[in-house]
Design a protein around this ligand. Structure first.
Ligand code: ASP
Length: 620
């Protein structure tokens, strides 16, 4: 074991065992609890490594006892004495050190402490989050936060280890750079030496890692801090950490295969007790994921897949003939009628069904139909009178619903049907406890559409990464009807191109995404043109990388995985703040350091800046 002894301690508070009985020892740490029994004072002494019980006996160490009577929780002390086996029956199996106690000879106070604003020794006591963030250093003393930071550290160590074993080089890229768009606003930093100009903080090291491939580094990775100025949600922070990597001479499957191997290695190293649902990870095309799960980040821990009900709603000639207007009109307009089977909810009450309908509406559906097969073979539900008993039975049979189940049906445009049912699936799967919380269900979703039409700006926006390459068989589609890439139009073949873009999902969360990149300048310029960049704008924004491609770029691709999300999922948390040492609030504030804060007027003057229109007199 690593020697952690210092002048203040011979052992940590988590180290001593029964075999050490009879030995002298010195410990240092915080007073976790103190129990005064008169002649005997018991101290639970805590450090990051554990807790050790210390006994101070006035008959044996009167001076130490006098000091111990002054101690309060969270005082910092160093205690020397002799390790002693606890009396039979008084051992504490919950503590690693529970077989022994330290009989104190000497107690020295290293620092006194005010009463903390919340209990540190009661891990389950609810504490207001603002208070936790204001006194984060105290919050981090609490067991659950401490454990999560340790888990995160093990995660990062395992990531590094796997990459080094796979021939990757860890390279730091700068924080003061030029804008690298990832779909959010940039944080900018004004330059003092070049007045009137700014640096942008990286939204990701995207261009730099590609330049490292041009530089011949072959396989790069970094634990990279990224900055995105966007409105905060539960799983977003203005700065966050990505595992960023890039590889040369690869195809889509080369990157996916490596990343999958790495994820398995890391998961087994960090949370060996958690089962991996399926190996190799299932791979769905974007289309298939939408079709089956209504999501591009499906939670595969439970079934409840979306079922296409159209075959049971059409007549012998294939035309819509269900008798229910909403279904027939939807199918006639090339929309979709699909359903999910909710197990055991066949007896749902009126108000439960109203609530689900309301939920579906909130997600964008016009309504929600339902059918419940009964034990006698009949089917119950308000739309049975339109469909007729026979067709209702056919619909239920097609969906695979049996007595006791509830079939929920949405009829709408393809995307809306998928999205609404996908969300209902996740919501109900959660409510019914269908997902095993311990299982890690990773999967891939790939071959996303390359672009989506942006009517407002009349251009093809990259659905993911502006540098992504099309599938080899779709390269010819990177064109417009007019033949001029600078004049995009919604009818362009480009709208059908699929990207070599892959996302990895874990238990319904998007864990990461990446792509094989375009590595030839002419094709990249064509793709940028479709994305609405004039030649001039392109050179202004991406000049560095375009020029580099003139000097020989290898085929390359990579990915980035959210380390905060990964750590949160490993730690059974839904909010990434729970796995960050010093996160910011919803409004982007650091309550502990009181940031952001108004700058010193002298700083503004030096930078040649002045605030205008912020509601306060401009500092000048
Ligand atoms: N730069 C991308 C991101 O931050 C990841 C990648 O394509 O490698 O999402």
């Amino acid at each position: 074991m690593t020697d952690l002894s210092t002048p203040y301690r011979s052992h940590t508070c988590g180290q001593l065992r029964a075999e050490d009985a009879g030995q002298p020892a010195r410990l240092a740490g915080w007073i976790h609890r103190r129990r005064d029994h008169g002649q005997l004072i018991f101290l639970d002494l805590r450090d990051r490594h554990g807790i050790t019980q210390v006994v101070v006996d006035s008959s044996q160490a009167p001076e130490a006892h006098a000091t111990a009577s002054r101690l309060r929780t969270e005082f910092v002390v160093t205690v020397a004495g002799e390790v002693s086996r606890r009396l039979p029956g008084t051992e504490n199996p919950k503590l690693l050190t529970g077989a022994i106690e330290l009989r104190a000879r000497e107690v020295e106070i290293l620092a006194e402490a005010k009463t903390p604003p919340f209990y540190i020794n009661e891990p389950d006591a609810p504490v207001d989050e603002a208070l936790r963030l204001r006194y984060r250093y105290l919050d981090l003393r609490r067991e659950p936060m401490k454990e999560r930071l340790l888990l995160r550290s093990r995660l990062v160590a395992a990531i590094r280890d796997a990459h080094h074993r796979a021939g990757f080089v860890e390279i730091e890229t700068p924080i003061l750079i030029k804008s690298t768009p990832e779909g959010a606003r940039d944080f900018i930093v004004p330059s003092r030496l070049q007045p009137g100009t700014v640096y942008a903080l990286p939204q990701s090291p995207q261009q730099l890692k590609q330049l490292l491939m041009v530089a011949g580094m072959d396989r790069y990775f970094q634990i990279a801090r990224c900055f995105r100025d966007e409105d905060l949600r539960g799983d977003r922070q203005p700065e966050f950490t990505q595992l960023d990597l890039e590889m040369s001479f690869v195809r889509e499957e080369t990157v996916m295969d490596f990343v999958e191997w790495m994820i398995v290695e890391v998961s087994r190293a960090v949370v060996p007790e958690r089962p991996l649902q399926q190996l190799p990870f299932p791979r769905f095309t974007f289309e298939e994921a939408l079709e089956r799960f209504g999501s591009d980040k499906p939670d595969l821990r439970f079934g409840m897949e979306l079922v296409d009900l159209a075959p049971a709603l059409r007549g012998p000639d294939g035309s819509p003939a269900s008798g229910f207007r909403v279904f027939d009109d939807t199918l006639a307009a090339a929309g979709r009628v699909k359903g999910i089977v909710v197990p055991g909810m066949g007896g749902a009450s009126r108000s439960q069904l109203d609530e689900l309908t309301e939920l579906a509406r909130r997600h964008g559906a016009k309504g929600l139909a339902h059918l419940s097969p009964l034990a006698d073979g009949s089917v119950h539900g308000p739309i049975v009178k339109f469909l007729g008993e026979e067709r209702a039975r056919a619909v239920v049979a097609l969906a695979g619903a049996v007595a006791g189940d509830l079939l929920l049906i949405v009829a709408d445009r393809h995307e809306t049907t998928a999205d609404v049912l996908g969300r209902l699936r996740v919501e109900l799967g959660g409510r019914l406890g269908l997902a095993d919380p311990d299982v890690l269900a990773y999967c891939w979703v790939h071959r996303f559409p390359m672009y989506q039409w942006d009517e407002e700006n009349r251009r093809w926006d990259a659905t993911h990464n502006p540098f992504s390459a099309p599938l080899p068989e779709d390269v010819g589609l990177l064109t417009t009807t007019s033949g001029d890439p600078y004049r995009p139009d919604p009818g362009d073949p480009a709208g059908r191109a699929r990207a070599q873009q892959y996302d990895v999902a874990l238990n319904g969360w998007e864990l990461g995404g990446g792509s094989v990149r375009i590595h030839r300048r002419d094709l990249l310029e064509r793709s940028f043109a479709l994305q609405g960049h004039s030649l001039e704008a392109m050179h202004e924004k991406f000049g560095g990388i375009l020029e580099a491609f003139d000097y020989g770029a290898p085929p390359h691709g990579g990915i980035a995985l959210g380390i905060d999300r990964w750590a949160a999922l490993f730690a059974y948390q839904t909010n990434i703040r729970e796995v960050m040492a010093f996160p910011k609030t919803q409004s982007g504030a650091d309550l502990m350091l009181d940031a952001p804060s108004p700058p010193d007027p002298a700083q503004l003057a030096e930078l040649g800046l002045r605030f205008v229109g912020v509601g306060k007199p401009a500092a000048d």
